[in-house]
Design a protein around this ligand. Structure first.
Ligand SMILES: Nc1ncnc2c1ncn2[C@@H]1O[C@H](COP(=O)(O)OP(=O)(O)OP(=O)(O)O)[C@@H](O)[C@H]1O
Length: 725
């Protein structure tokens, strides 16, 4: 019918057809995504019934349940039943499949009478779990739906409402649990969350690539994955800045600095303002300006929205003065209004009003602030001289990408205080400088092109490209919110309020980041996962309580994860010594397995290429973790001498057999083997160097080596000398 229709039919027919095509394509996509390991478990109950557990629920034509969705309440015993609390289950069976074939079965007997003491304390589906965590890594995180452990299940199914903090050491499954929680919440609260959406925040784009397949494999696609740096629509924050600069800009005091920068735009000049018109000269005295400004400020409206009040007040004052000057002693309201309207269009009046209370965008405000010593002195008077100096920058050059991740929450803060500019003013554009107008036009053209490309992709994918024109499709559908998914709509709207927000690697967020994230979630339904021992950023979180108190004092709950599913015990013993440097008495998570592979140390740095090659032969994915300052140099050394190695922090780092990354870029990721280079430099590189080294030492699932030039830090004394050195 579609082919026959040739894109014809009534508008309504076409819309229905598009909607159905979209619906089926989505359903098909979901079924493809869950095909792998579709059914992974069976529960045998004491009442002789059995249930099969899978990634999604399926029923036959007679509505008999064939497969239970893992998130359904009846599936919960699959994760929660223990010999001591069997929940009516006598046996839990784990099924391993390849394609549609069962290749392994592993049973947990939960009938206490038939178990030995050792059986009672076993992990849930131990064989399946160990097979899963021992498997080679693919560069992409997989779901763990078949082997979720009961401490993790409790977190996944925890109540939707309120703020839940999940604190846990490296490899304890915080990320994977957070993703399963997203899938569980979407399933259980479908209506509420489908409308408002779920936002998942991760530390960088590589990390988002690393996790992006987990939710589709669990049958969920409509979730917005983002970094904090991407949260301000229209701004791409790619500038890398020094940690000390990011630390100042992330400090909570910056909220005041931005507020003062806005007030600076409303400052009344010391001298009266003269406005020369053809027939007379008008004068605005300080007290008139003060009164106008106070009236606008008292409205408590944001800057751009309060401007109307300020302007009205001044125009009234100017009109009265003008009437006086042209010899009109008494004047009625209508006459005053006429003069006011006349004055409003006079160029010198407009120019004076623009100077006194300029329309301002968040971008203009911050560029103006960070490129002017005087403005910084005024707005950041409460900060130290050195802190102000750190923020001072050159203005952007033409086409230069000027924004860093730490600017994003400041832009967001500014947008709150500045408010919207009237669309008709925006369209007229006259208030903008010429280059800004050109930039706005270029951005609009780019957006149109982007929509056109997207329309072409959609039409190709749905096989409709022959019969529908991409331009028309874009015009008809892409400007129309109805056709966008919740996640797509949310991504383009700064003021979107999400139904639930999940923050991963949450320890890295600065106080200013938190202000922005909290604005996206007024309901405070949040899952915050992180590890305070891994905080690398100087502006990052030191205490969950101190971070959360300004928002939900005393109204948040905390769960702990304590078992490390990633790092073998041999590696964790050394990492635990580094953890002592982070904070005496901190306890590392317990590894779930030993591998027999002892971590080693070797020197000098020149031996690195040979050591990398030797490790690469063992197979799997290998990462070389280096100090930030020597990333380029060591990246060059490794890529020059090892085939297939990359020193790029983009997605290729996940796909290459060997990658060179800094600690910040390796955060949250894992690899089969890790070589840490110059640990003493990593320790000394920042005030949180010990945390960084701890992160580096806990990325491997199998093997770990350290290559160094100077003396080995004392915390690494347990490493074995490598036999080739
Ligand atoms: N129940 C489980 N079954 C199988 N694998 C698991 C389970 N729990 C965690 N894992 C695996 O353990 C590894 C570590 O998990 P994850 O990355 O979520 O840990 P994390 O706590 O976020 O670590 P980090 O703090 O170091 O970033 C992953 O490969 C994950 O798939």
């Amino acid at each position: 019918m579609l082919a026959q229709g040739g894109g014809g039919g009534t508008h309504q027919n076409r819309s229905e057809r598009d909607t159905f095509a979209g619906m089926y394509a989505e359903r098909l996509g979901r079924l493809w995504a869950v095909e792998n390991g579709l059914c992974f478990g069976r529960l045998d109950n004491a009442d002789q019934t059995s249930l099969y557990i899978g990634r999604i629920g399926l029923a036959d034509d007679d509505q008999r349940r064939l497969l239970i969705d893992w998130r359904a309440p009846v599936a919960q015993p699959f994760y929660g039943a223990t010999p001591a609390a069997s929940m009516g289950v006598t046996r839990r069976r784990h099924l391993q499949t390849k394609g549609r074939q069962v290749i392994g079965i592993d049973d947990d007997l939960l009938d206490l009478d038939s178990l030995t003491e050792e059986d009672v304390s076993t992990l849930n589906g131990e064989a399946a779990l160990l097979a899963s965590i021992d498997a080679r890594r693919t560069g992409r995180m997989r779901d763990i739906v078949a082997t979720i452990q009961s401490e993790q299940d409790r977190i996944i199914r925890s109540d939707l409402n309120g703020v839940l903090v999940v604190q846990g050491g490296p490899g304890t499954g915080k990320t994977v649990v957070a993703l399963h929680r997203a899938a569980y919440l979407l399933y259980t609260h479908r209506e509420r969350l489908a409308r408002k959406g779920v936002l998942i925040l991760g530390p960088n784009l590589t990390f988002l690539r690393y996790i992006e397949q987990v939710l589709p494999s669990l049958g969920e696609t409509d979730v917005l994955l983002s970094t904090v740096a991407e949260l301000y629509p229209g701004v791409t924050a790619t500038v890398r800045e020094r940690p000390e600069v990011a630390a100042v800009k992330g400090d909570a005091r910056m909220a005041q600095v931005v507020a003062r920068a806005v007030r600076e735009r409303q400052r009344v000049p010391r001298k009266p303002v003269e406005i020369r018109l053809d027939r007379y000269t008008l004068k605005l005295e300080g007290r008139v300006l003060d009164a106008a400004r106070n009236r606008a400020a008292r409205s408590r409206r944001p800057h751009n929205e309060a401007r109307g009040i300020f302007v009205r007040h001044l125009l009234n004052a100017l009109a009265r003065q003008a009437a006086h000057q042209i010899g009109k002693g008494t004047i009625d309201d209508d006459e005053l209004a006429d003069i006011r309207e006349e004055l409003r269009t006079e160029q010198p009046v407009k120019a004076a009003l623009n100077r006194l209370w300029p329309y301002t965008t968040p971008q203009q405000l911050l560029i103006g602030l960070f490129t002017s010593r005087e403005r910084l002195d005024y707005a950041a008077a409460d900060l130290g001289e050195a802190e102000r100096a750190l923020m001072l920058r050159e203005p952007p050059r033409k086409g230069e990408n000027w924004w860093a991740a730490s600017d994003v929450p400041l832009l967001d803060e500014a947008a709150e205080l500045l408010g919207d500019i009237d669309p008709s003013v925006l369209r007229a554009g006259a208030w903008m400088a010429e280059e800004e107008q050109a930039a706005a036009r270029a951005a609009a053209a780019e957006e149109r092109q982007h929509q056109l490309n997207y329309a072409r992709e959609v039409l190709e994918l749905t096989g409709l490209s022959e019969i529908m024109d991409a331009e028309k499709f874009a015009a008809r559908h892409l400007n129309d919110d109805v056709y966008l998914t919740t996640a797509e709509r949310a991504a383009g709207d700064r003021t979107w309020a999400f139904g639930h927000v999940i923050v991963d690697e949450a320890q890295e967020l600065s106080p200013m980041d938190w202000r922005m994230v909290m604005r996206r979630c007024p309901s405070r339904s949040m899952t915050i996962v992180g590890d305070l021992a891994q905080t690398g950023s100087s502006a990052g979180v030191r205490s969950w309580g101190r971070m959360l108190d300004p928002y939900v004092a005393g109204r948040w709950r905390e769960e702990h994860l304590s078992v490390n599913y990633r790092t073998p015990a041999e590696l964790m013993t050394v990492a635990a010594d580094v953890l002592e440097l982070v904070g005496p008495g901190l306890v590392a998570p317990t590894s779930v397995r030993e591998t027999g592979a002892r971590p080693w140390a070797a020197s000098p740095l020149g031996s690195l290429p040979e050591l990398v090659k030797a490790e690469a032969v063992e197979g799997g994915r290998l990462v070389v973790i280096v100090p930030e300052a020597s990333a380029a140099e060591i990246g060059e050394l490794v890529t020059r001498s090892v085939d297939g190695a990359v020193a790029d922090r983009g997605a290729s780092a996940l796909d290459a057999p060997v990658a060179v990354l800094s600690v910040a870029d390796a955060k949250g990721l894992e690899f089969d083997a890790v070589i840490v280079v110059e640990p003493e430099l990593i320790l000394g590189e920042s005030p949180r160097g010990a945390s960084d080294l701890y992160v580096a030492m806990t990325r491997a699932t199998q093997r770990l080596g350290v290559v160094h030039t100077g003396p080995l830090p004392r915390a690494l004394a347990r490493l074995e000398r490598h036999r080739i050195t």
